[in-house]
Design a protein around this ligand. Structure first.
Ligand SMILES: Nc1ncnc2c1ncn2[C@@H]1O[C@H](COP(=O)(O)OP(=O)(O)OP(=O)(O)O)[C@@H](O)[C@H]1O
Length: 575
């Protein structure tokens, strides 16, 4: 009997037809300038476009707007709010500005921006994901809260991204999690060559342990893919992004009935994950832990064979019928091929469970090796960090003694930076200045969240979701550049529409300014009124206050060691 091909969702229509070798990410500098939004990139990382906005809270131009209050969303934060000495709601600064030092933007996804921060509560570094869009409906708000609460409910595990807190402020959702180095997708694309089978076994062992923990707690992830897996500095894998997490029905009879109702509600709510990693039974509405095993199988196939997995077409159908691309998998060891077949069985009941996979002799052997190498690497890293700390503490102690035989660090000689970096510096300072000079709007965004422009790494799904949104399904529309996208998604008021070119690392402009950045009081930008003249140093000379701030600006610029020289002054100096 000829089996009917599986129905293909509408958004699969622009899919790659088959398997192809993975394209390597360009070196960082060039990829930053050419931007990850290059139209040549394969259409391989998209998810269905988000539903259109159903409305937006009205803003009054007549009555002053008040910042929407800070609302803790995670249970831990509700029970233990930060002490008033750290966060005082009566102060004009946001909760984020009062409790964290923003160390910079580390990534941008379709849903939010991720910042590296230092918590002022415990002095440790975290990642804070901030939704770029305000909640547009109550349903969206409930979904986001559910994501945060579900993540919080997962007990800590060495292979699950640690959750710290979630809150809402100014209509934006914030989720504070453990800080990692990068995502598995970015890491594998950054490798100069195929990471090989040994790495694939490591990834498999870590992720099987993560899934085992998740499934034993009664959850299914439903969106497992390399972009949702993070790597720590010791190369330990952590499963993250619990946006589609599904709670499975309980074991007891009572629990089963209640669970089935809950499951039905959850399923009605459930969204589709990335089509490339999606298990075939999800299209029939059968959600369960087996779907995670299939997605893990596709991820390991992708990583071990270094291929782009198709998101539709014949290749997609074949993979869901249990046919692996032999031209790629023939190079793998028989053990890994067996494991892949067990994970990619078309029917969920034929598919191996996580427990069965963990019990396989080949997996047990690699698991043991992986544990040893992880422990060694983590111990080595701890020793390095400790040594570094002791050395720097010792050095600062010796320097404070002013001993004659301790050489002083020579102050950096000012040099003329290459032209490109002037331009970038100029862009950044323009950005910083515009942020510092603009009056903090009670409703608009906190200036700590200025858009980063260069060095910013969009999460791979971001580009394609934006493209999907822009072209509404047509791939022919060329993508705008990243700066215009940043403006598009981030500017809420005309004064904030930034027309700069991609520029350097996002910097922190809050009450916690980074060392060397000028600390100016907020002044509105716009036409040259007395209050905004400080934006232009030439206009400053006539007011004492403004000349003071100009001087401090100039001093700061000198301190930073970059002072563009013109050719005439260089000529004067030499003659
Ligand atoms: N905890 C973290 N530690 C380090 N980097 C992170 C962390 N969380 C996210 N990132 C970085 O930020 C980028 C964007 O994050 P993320 O993918 O979670 O956003 P998103 O909006 O959920 O994206 P999408 O929904 O498109 O997957 C990632 O590619 C990753 O590089």
């Amino acid at each position: 009997m000829v089996s009917t091909p599986l129905p293909v969702p509408a958004h699969f229509s622009q899919a790659q037809q088959s398997f192809s070798l993975k394209k390597r990410r360009l070196p960082f500098s060039s990829s930053a300038s050419s931007s990850s939004l290059s139209p040549q990139r394969p259409l391989s990382r998209s998810l269905p476009p988000r539903p259109p906005s159903k409305g937006y809270p009205p803003l009054s131009r007549v009555f002053p707007q008040r910042r929407a209050p800070w609302t803790p969303l995670s249970c831990a934060l509700i029970k233990n709010p930060p002490p008033r000495s750290l966060y005082d709601p009566d102060r004009p600064q946001s909760f984020f500005s009062q409790c964290f030092i923003n160390l910079g933007l580390i990534g941008r996804g379709s849903f939010g921006e991720v910042y590296k921060v230092k918590s002022l509560l415990d002095g440790r570094q975290y990642a804070v994901k901030r939704a770029v869009q305000r909640f547009r409906s109550q349903a969206e708000r409930s979904r986001s809260i559910k994501e945060a609460r579900n993540h919080e409910r997962l007990h800590p595990h060495p292979h699950i991204l640690g959750f710290s807190a979630a809150w809402e402020e100014g209509g934006h959702l914030y989720i504070q999690t453990e800080l990692c180095c990068t995502s598995l997708l970015l890491h594998s694309e950054d490798q100069p060559s195929n990471p090989g089978e040994a790495c694939a076994w490591d990834y498999l062992c870590d992720l099987l342990l993560a899934l085992d923990h998740l499934h034993s707690q009664g959850f299914a992830h439903l969106d497992l893919k390399p972009a949702n897996v993070f790597l720590t500095c010791s190369r330990r894998l952590k499963l993250g992004d619990f946006g589609l997490l599904l709670e499975l029905p309980g074991e007891s009879e009572e629990g089963k009935v209640e669970g089935r109702e809950k499951e039905k509600r959850e399923k009605d709510d459930a969204q589709e994950g990335d089509p490339r990693y999606m298990a075939p039974e999800l299209l029939r509405g059968e959600y369960g832990p087996a779907a995670d095993v299939f997605s893990l199988g596709v991820s390991i196939l992708e990583l071990s064979c270094n291929i782009e997995v198709p998101k539709g077409g014949e290749g997609w159908q074949q993979l869901r019928k249990g046919c692996l691309p032999s031209e790629f998998t023939n190079g793998l060891s028989p053990d890994l091929q067996v494991v892949l077949r067990l994970m990619l069985a078309p029917e969920p009941r034929d598919r191996a469970t996580v427990q069965q996979l963990l019990a396989l002799p080949s997996v047990r052997k690699h698991r043991w090796r992986r544990q040893v190498s992880l422990r060694l690497r983590e111990s080595w890293l701890s020793i390095l960090t400790l040594t570094q700390f002791i050395l720097s503490a010792g050095w600062s102690f010796l320097s404070s003694l002013n001993l004659p035989f301790i050489p002083r660090c020579p102050s950096p000689t000012p040099c003329t930076p290459p032209r490109e970096s002037w331009e970038r510096e100029g862009d950044v300072s323009a950005l910083q200045h515009s942020a510092m000079l603009s009056e903090p709007d009670t409703l608009t965004d906190d200036p700590v969240f200025l858009p980063d422009t260069l060095g910013l790494r969009h999460s791979p799904t971001f580009t394609h979701r934006i493209q999907a949104r822009l072209s509404l399904g047509s791939t022919s529309t060329p993508l705008p550049n990243s700066s215009s996208l940043a403006c598009d998604s981030l500017s809420h008021t005309p004064t904030r529409s930034l027309t700069h070119t991609p520029s350097s690392i996002h910097s922190n402009v809050s009450r916690h300014t980074l060392p060397g950045s000028p600390s100016l009081s907020p002044i509105r930008l716009g036409s040259p009124t007395p209050s905004n003249r400080s934006a232009d140093p030439q206009l400053l000379s006539d007011s004492p206050a403004s000349s003071r701030s100009c001087r401090s600006l100039a001093e700061n610029e000198q301190r930073s060691g970059f002072e563009p020289k013109n050719l005439l002054s260089l000529f004067d100096e030499t003659t």
